[in-house]
Each structure stands twice: as C-alpha cells, then as structure tokens.
Design a protein around this ligand. Structure first.
Ligand SMILES: *C/C=C(C)/C=C/C=C(C)/C=C/C1=C(C)CCCC1(C)C
Length: 246
C-alpha cells in the first residue's frame, strides 16, 4: 500500500483541496442570484470544475488517490492516479466554457473534446505503464502530440469562430485562450521532469506543488476571469448556424 505523501507533498495537496473548495463555494455564491439561462450555463459548467478537483485533491491528500507502480528498470514509482480522473472531466469542461464563448459549432466542440480526452487517456497510460521508461516516454510523446494539435485548433478554428463575436466577447475569449495556451503547455514539462517521466529531475514534493499551482490557476483563475463580467457572457452568441449557411 502506498503511504499518503508527507512534507511539501502533503502541504501542496491540502492547499489544493482547500483552494478548490473555496473556489467552488465562491462560484456558487456568485452564481446564486443569476437568472439568465445563458449566463447560468457558464456557472453550472464552471462550478463543477473546481468541485471535481477538490474531490480529487482530497483523495490524493488522504492517500487514496496514490498508487505504487513497479516499472521495469526504474523500480517503484509513487503515482497520483486521481489527477487523471480529475483532468478527464475538468479539461473538457474548461474547453466547453471557451467553446461556448467562441460560439463554436458542434463539430469543433467534438474535435476539441475528443483530442482532450485522448490526451488525458494516453497520459494516464504513460503514468501507469510498467514496461520500462521508454514506453512511458512514448505515451508521453503521443499525449503531447494530442496537446499540440489541440492548441493548434484553439489558435486556428476556434479563434476564427470567436472573431465573429462582439469586441468584448472576443477580448475575453483571447484572454482565456492565452491562459490555456501558457498553463496547459506546462503540464507535460512537469510530468516528464517529475516522477512520471522516470528521470527524477524534479522530486515528487516540488512536482506536486507545481501541479497544484497550475491546477488552481487553470481552474479557479480561469473561472474567476470568465465569470467576472456577466454582461459579456450573455453577449456570446452561437455562430455555428452561420458557419454551415455559407
Ligand atoms: C485543471 C487541469 C488541467 C487544466 C490539466 C491539464 C493537463 C494537461 C494539459 C496534461 C497534459 C499531459 C501531456 C500533454 C503529456 C503528459 C501527460 C499529461 C496528462 C500531463
């Protein structure tokens, strides 16, 4: 049985648990009085993001979300599998928020979410692979390839659709898209340098703290920026219909 992490690892996981819980409560309180269904849609999606992460962090802080993986040639690694359960649901929700803001058509949304689920799934395979370091790195490369295609779609198709929105919506979209570009790109770097990559360049305590900061910024920070201006949210209109008309 894997023991719950100690020291910096434990502190980071508890800060993550508390931060995600406070973020959830803040979004709930902020959304309580919202009556406009278009605005409510963003609140509903955005509230579940830190809520799911809070449960995942709690499972990791208490040791349930942690397993030991014996890898050929590397020995036993402590792997927090609960991250992937969290990311599998929260990253599609983040993309859905951004896609709604862009007024994306359905096929663009399916493509983004498909790439994203593929990225997290292959990342999980890399984290659990026991066949040796090479195979873990191959899974990482496949997952990172999916991330690159995903980011390419955010900069291309999705940004193009967002450009049909009003100035305020477009500006909010660009801000959130850039936040995703920067923060999400850091995840594979932390992974390959940390325990999962097998090089053990970054110790697990530092890695855990780095993921915690990234997760809080990518979820609570993202939600905070998104939900700040309600008028902008109701100004975002679906453009999918016009995209098929011409
Ligand atoms: C709230 C959580 C977020 C925004 C998580 C994002 C996670 C990623 C972009 C993870 C990407 C990965 C790779 C591209 C390769 C290695 C494995 C992952 C899953 C860390």
């Amino acid at each position: 049985m894997a023991q719950p992490g100690a020291g910096l690892e434990s502190i980071a996981l508890w800060i993550g648990t508390i931060g995600m819980t406070l973020g959830t409560l803040y979004f709930v309180a902020q959304g309580w009085s919202v009556r406009d269904p278009d605005q409510q849609e963003y609140y509903i999606i955005t509230i579940f993001i830190p809520a799911i992460a809070a449960a995942s962090y709690f499972s990791m802080a208490t040791g349930f979300g942690l397993i030991e993986v014996s890898v050929d040639g590397l020995g036993t690694l402590d792997i927090y599998w609960a991250r992937y359960a969290d990311w599998l649901f929260t990253t599609p929700l983040l993309l859905l928020d951004l896609a709604l803001l862009a007024g994306a058509d359905r096929n663009t949304i399916y493509t983004l979410i498909g790439l994203d689920v593929f990225m997290i799934g292959t990342g999980l395979a890399g984290a659990l692979a026991t066949e040796g370091q090479l195979f873990r790195i191959l899974w990482w490369a496949i997952s990172t390839g999916a991330l690159l295609v995903l980011l390419y779609f955010l900069l291309g198709t999705l940004s193009e659709q967002a450009s049909q929105q009003s100035g305020d919506v477009g500006a909010l979209f660009s801000r959130l898209r850039n936040l995703i570009l920067v923060l999400w790109s850091a995840y594979p770097v932390v992974w390959i340098l940390g325990t999962e990559g097998g090089f053990a360049i970054v110790p697990l305590g530092i890695e855990t703290a780095a993921f915690m900061v990234l997760d809080l910024a990518a979820k609570v920070g993202f939600g905070f920026i998104l939900l700040q201006s309600r008028d902008v949210l109701s100004a975002a209109k679906p453009t999918g219909a016009s995209a098929t008309a011409d």
